[in-house]
Ligand binder design. Structure first.
Ligand code: URA
Ligand code: SF4
Length: 210
């Protein structure tokens, strides 16, 4: 089975994890992507935000949530009362998965498979073990499935403060939609409603941190 496990160092903190992740060959996604996009933030961060996988911009820049979804997320976090620069931000899958009709054509995001999510899981587990956040914010279905299992449904649990055991540790979590889903809304009215929903869920996270 695909797994990042043999690539994950068991000491050295975030710097060692980041360095090792750059050479991960735990699943085939490293082949077509530009680089590993590891989490960003400090080990003393109180909140960890978990997205799906890097997008086109993140793949080019090597940092999570620096594209359109990231800008929307930062705005929503600030509105909810969470300082984006104090959060640890990462993804369930560390390489960009995409389809491309032809070379030099636009690269279109493809959802990671369960096998790829499972393969990449050891990196997220290692980040959680080092950062030990007080709260995890799940951004969308992929992050939720990666942390809580394949039966996870955002719609069923969003906006509630949850307590679940993850890798033997009791964690507090708040789930919400993925910021990209706000950008994909059909029209301005839907987009505004989706954005307000995201902010309202993030306010639950902010309250849990205060
Ligand atoms: N979407 C994600 O889930 N993560 C990123 O880093 C960027 C977009
Ligand atoms: Fe390793 Fe994850 Fe990249 Fe697959 S997606 S190669 S498991 S870092």
């Amino acid at each position: 089975a695909y797994t990042a496990e043999p690539f994950v160092p068991d000491r050295g903190g975030l710097p060692a994890l980041r360095r090792a992740a750059a050479d991960c060959r735990g699943c085939p996604l490293h082949r077509d992507a530009t680089q590993t996009v590891f989490g960003q933030g400090t080990a003393d961060a109180r909140v960890m935000l978990v997205g799906e996988q890097p997008g086109d911009q993140e793949d080019r820049q090597g940092k999570p949530f620096v594209g359109p979804a990231g800008r929307l997320l930062d705005r929503a976090l600030e509105e909810a009362g969470i300082d984006p620069s104090e959060a640890y931000v990462t993804n369930a899958v560390k390489h960009f998965k995409f389809t491309q009709a032809e070379p030099r054509k636009r690269r279109i995001h493809k959802a990671p498979s369960l096998r790829e999510m499972t393969a990449c899981g050891p990196w997220l587990a290692a980040e959680l073990a080092v950062v030990e956040p007080e709260l995890i914010v799940i951004l969308g279905a992929t992050a939720g499935k990666a942390l809580l299992g394949s039966s996870f449904r955002v719609g069923e649990v969003r906006g509630a403060l949850l307590e679940r055991e993850i890798h033997g540790r009791q964690e507090k979590l708040v789930a919400t939609v993925h910021p990209s889903s706000v950008l994909r809304a059909q029209d301005d009215k839907d987009r505004k409603a989706a954005y307000e929903g995201l902010v309202s869920d993030l306010k639950v996270a902010a309250r849990a941190l205060s």
